[in-house]
Design a protein around this ligand. Sequence first.
Ligand SMILES: NC(=O)c1ccc[n+]([C@@H]2O[C@H](COP(=O)([O-])OP(=O)(O)OC[C@H]3O[C@@H](n4cnc5c(N)ncnc54)[C@H](O)[C@@H]3O)[C@@H](O)[C@H]2O)c1
Length: 340
Amino acid sequence: MILLTGGAGYIGAVAVRELLDKGFAVRVLDKFLYGDYPLADVRNRVDVVEGDILNWDEAWLDGVEAVVHLAGLSNDPTAEFNPDANKRLNTDATQAIAEACKSKGVKRFIFASSCSVYDRGMMAEDALQNEDSPLEPRAAYATSKRAAEEILLDMADDNFQPVILRQGTVYGWSPRMRYDLVVNTFVKCAFETGELTVHCGGEMWRPMVDVTDVAKCYLACLQAPMEQVGGQVFNLSHKNYRILELAHWVSKALEGIVDVKINVEYGSQTARDYRVSGDKITQATGFRTRRNVDESAREIAQKVQQGINKDFHNPRYYNIKWLEQLVEMQDHLKRLGSIF
Ligand SMILES: NC(=O)c1ccc[n+]([C@@H]2O[C@H](COP(=O)([O-])OP(=O)(O)OC[C@H]3O[C@@H](n4cnc5c(N)ncnc54)[C@H](O)[C@@H]3O)[C@@H](O)[C@H]2O)c1
């Protein structure tokens, strides 16, 4: 059985289906911050556990042979919103789960890290980063991911073999849709207003990867001989794109569906900017990403045309909006006691 923490999230919901399709038994552990609807049609095929990674229960590892750890805060704005919670979730809880795995003999542990650990800002040298490049993460999110990586690598030995995947920014359709990721945002904007706005001249580089490719990479890391992947860090990127280029690809993908105008703004120098090499994972496992931005953008557009995820104003599609609302409601409900 494979345990997926955060299995009801944007990537998790796709990964669960991918694992089921390949015949794996799957347990999902999730707090369902965004709801449990992403698992609705697979619920009877998955062992679903509602729980919080901050309160780890060792029974969650019963019968588990490998863990894919995705749960936590998954972008910059939510990490900045509550840096202390971000550290507890992304670093401390990762350590606690890894220790639980190690003491229970669960050797294979795939950790969803982020290429944002390479970010040093727009003024940094424009070099291709590989897994050995020096790191100086600055933002709360990247810092918490890097701290977790270091802890996991220190713990690695014959009984515990973490696989660290530094994922690029993900795009594509998921049963738990996010419109706060750049390509998905562009598709949403195209439908909403017909206009895509890129900031800082759209010059920033970003490694990008499709959500189904990410799920397939988890499979590759679960199936690879341990000596090929254990105790190692891998970038996971299909291709590096400048943001302006992404806008053009989305515009092209939506030709014949919506007319798109691209607005370029200049100014702020604070955007994330980095390029990475994704070669190492292919060399180690033979795994290759397949899905281009235009293909994935078209798939989202087709869903929207079918009326799926068309309610663009729904705050659940935007992690920071949703968490801000939950916290506001939580405070409000504390005062109200009950509503009626
Ligand atoms: N989406 C991306 O572009 C991207 C890029 C790089 C890395 N990552 C990493 O991949 C992982 C998955 O990202 P995603 O886009 O699917 O995020 P997501 O926000 O859609 O999903 C996160 C899931 O974790 C769950 N969760 C949050 N706190 C929890 C807790 N305390 N206990 C149990 N469950 C909890 C949420 O309910 C949610 O289902 C994250 O670790 C993220 O940092 C994502």
